[in-house]
Design a protein around this ligand. Structure first.
Ligand code: NAD
Length: 309
């Protein structure tokens, strides 16, 4: 089976590519390397540098590689940037995705797997953990673009019979995450600890997130190849505050490190966690990596990276 992975030179996409390769699938990665790195492309994967907004180029990829499955991870992922530049966000996240969807229909792709978001779609839900019936109220252009792609997926299935699975990720963390973005608190903290800089906590640190290890997310993508299509939350169903995260990280690092408190970020969600009951039942998936174990794997990777430099 041939799988086209967009964004496979990025953090999550490269883990997904690795999981597919390990299971004997033929993988082609399409990535413009805007935030991804060629060094992340796993051994055994084919790689093409290109932009999903370039319809002609993507058409060539579909004609030559003839994917059975499209696994779509390429995106503009920066929430703050999406607020500053909603047009660019929509060009990549909506128009780029429509290019892939049009070509998937044209070339008879069996299934389209989409990396969606739980964190940026549900807003501030009244009931936690939030399940998939929680009304979407995205409060950023990034959240709007992800939700609008889900709506397009519904259209492409109804009108063109394209089977799809949308995976609404919570906060994904792990080795290879970029510490230079605004998201990815674990990567940012690991990197700052290694530089001897204080970890910045916005607000009182009691805001909660649902942290899921990237290896578990890759496995959800693997299960999504065969299970029934639909929209699934991918997280842990657990809330962890930033203060709790810091204390587990201190245990993992084995020493104290400095934290500084900064004013809260306006518009930031206070509490979120995703109910993963549906993914358990239908995808046969549940996360296996406990927070402390996942943080240890991530910390070790960042430490090694610094030693290599
Ligand atoms: P990432 O930045 O590491 O990966 C995105 C990849 O897409 C990069 O390799 C980048 O070079 C590539 N890309 C960007 N624009 C492109 C374009 N126009 N054409 C081709 N390639 C392009 O980020 P990530 O954290 O690995 O995110 C992967 C996906 O998962 C994204 O769709 C993101 O929205 C989604 N997601 C991530 C999280 C998280 O916690 N990291 C949570 C929810 C959803």
């Amino acid at each position: 089976m041939r799988i086209l992975i967009t964004g496979g030179a990025g953090f999550i996409g490269s883990w997904v590519a690795e999981a597919f390769l390990k299971n004997g699938y033929d993988v082609l990665i399409l990535d413009n390397l805007s935030t991804g790195k060629e060094a992340n492309v796993p051994k055994g994967a084919n790689f093409l540098k290109g932009d999903i907004r370039d319809y002609k180029l993507v058409e060539g990829v579909f004609s030559d590689f003839k994917p059975d499955i499209v696994n779509h991870h390429a995106a503009q992922i920066n929430v703050r940037y999406s607020v500053e530049n909603p047009i660019f966000d929509a060009e990549v996240n909506i128009i780029g995705t429509i290019n892939l969807l049009e070509l998937s229909v044209k070339h008879g792709v069996e299934r389209f797997i989409f990396a969606s978001t739980g964190g940026a779609i549900y807003g501030e839900p009244t009931k936690l953990p939030a399940d998939e019936t929680t009304p979407p109220v995205p409060i950023s252009p990034y959240g709007v673009s992800k939700y609008s792609v889900e709506t397009y997926l519904g259209y492409y299935r109804t009108v063109h019979g394209l089977n799809y699975t949308a995976l609404r990720y919570s906060n994904v963390y792990g080795p290879r995450q970029n510490p230079h973005g605004e998201a990815g608190v674990v990567a940012i903290f690991c990197s700052r600890i290694l530089q001897g800089k204080p970890c910045l906590i916005y607000g009182d640190g009691n805001q909660t997130r649902d942290y899921v290890f990237v290896g578990d997310v890759a496995e959800a993508n693997l299960n999504a190849l065969k299970a029934a299509g639909g929209i699934y939350n991918i997280g842990t169903s657990r809330e962890t505050s930033v203060n709790e995260l810091v204390s587990v990280l201190k245990k993992v690092v084995g020493k104290d490190f400095k934290t500084d408190y900064a004013p809260p970020i306006p518009g930031e969600v206070r509490r979120i966690s995703l109910d993963i009951g549906l993914a358990k039942r239908v995808l046969g998936w549940s996360p296996k990596t406990e927070l402390e174990e996942g943080l240890a794997l991530t910390w070790d990777w960042f430490k090694e990276k610094v030693t290599e430099q």
